[in-house]
Design a protein around this ligand. Structure first.
Ligand code: HXC
Length: 258
């Protein structure tokens, strides 16, 4: 049997979910997200679980959506499957709190997945970025909307337009992460925080999460859809083909600006 793409473990009232595609730096394929969504739905419905922790490996939380899979897709391919809807979108309907425990790279869809969680605890070696522009596309899973809300327009523009990464210290100063801890403490810190949450009254926890999201998200549903459709539209450009082919072939892209 193939190894699971997402490993799960229960510790008391906390569920730990670990992305498990280490050779591809946990690149997020539809299958990875499918397994993640299925596991989270089960824990969400389980009355013995009060909170979840989502983590990756020491080197990468997740280095983004799976570029090899996306490389050949056309605009119609992404539009018709509503890429980043479905299981991807369903993660925001999980009612119990999810803490992202991030070590190493959280890039592109990986950074967006971490931001989709309720808060982020980072290891000192964590690096956050939205490098999609280098592939001839843009963030498509909420990055253009959640990043400016988290770190200010200035830093979000800087990261989205230049593809510059933020280290853990800058991410904490900017408000993207709630705590930075030594790498060896990451999982314990996240599990302890989740255990505290899971010890609280579950209805009040769920309502608190819903209320904070209401303050934060406002019109986010509409704007995330606007972003997703623009992301889809970029699959009609030659530069998306070139940008993703260049990554897969390990060379610099030559953009034609069309
Ligand atoms: C598919 C990926 C991948 C990705 C890494 N790999 N990122 N495969 N999709 N996003 C694979 C590599 O091809 C390589 O496979 C293996 O993982 C190890 O990666 P290396 O590049 O050899 O490692 P390193 O030199 O340490 O560089 C690490 C890195 C680099 C800086 C993180 O891998 C990188 O730049 N990755 C892409 C980051 C990115 O552009 N993310 C945004 C994706 S677009 P092999 O087989 O050669 O060993 C996106 C769209 C968002 O996320 C839309 C919504 C989700």
């Amino acid at each position: 049997m193939d190894a699971p793409l997402v490993k799960t473990e229960v510790r008391g009232r906390v569920a730990l979910l670990t992305l498990n595609r280490p050779k591809a730096l946990n690149a997020l394929s539809n299958d990875v997200i499918g397994e993640l969504a299925a596991a989270m739905r089960v824990f969400d419905a389980d009355e013995n679980i009060g909170a979840m922790v989502l983590t990756g490996s020491e080197k990468a939380f997740a280095a983004g959506a799976d570029i090899g899979a996306m490389q050949g897709w056309s605009y119609m391919d992404v539009y018709k499957q509503d890429y980043l809807g479905g299981d991807w979108e369903s993660l925001k309907r999980i009612r119990k709190p999810i803490i992202a425990a991030v070590a190493g790279y959280a890039l592109g869809g990986g950074c967006e997945l971490a931001m989709q969680c309720d808060f982020i605890i980072a290891a000192e070696n964590a690096r956050f970025g939205q490098p999609e522009i280098k592939l001839g596309v843009i963030p498509g899973y909420g990055g253009t909307q959640r990043l400016p809300r988290a770190v200010s327009k200035a830093k979000a523009m800087d990261m989205v337009l230049t593809a510059r990464m933020m280290d853990a210290q800058e991410a904490e100063r900017a408000g993207l992460v709630s705590r930075v801890v030594p790498a060896e403490r990451l999982l314990d810190e996240a599990l302890e925080a989740a255990a505290i949450i899971a010890s609280m009254s579950l209805p009040s926890v769920i309502m608190a999460k819903e209320c904070v999201n209401m303050a934060y998200e406002g019109s986010l549903n509409d704007t995330v859809m606007f972003e997703r459709r623009n992301f889809h539209a970029l699959f009609s450009t030659e530069d998306q083909k070139e940008g993703m082919a260049a990554f897969v072939e390990k060379r610099k892209p030559e953009f034609k600006h069309k």
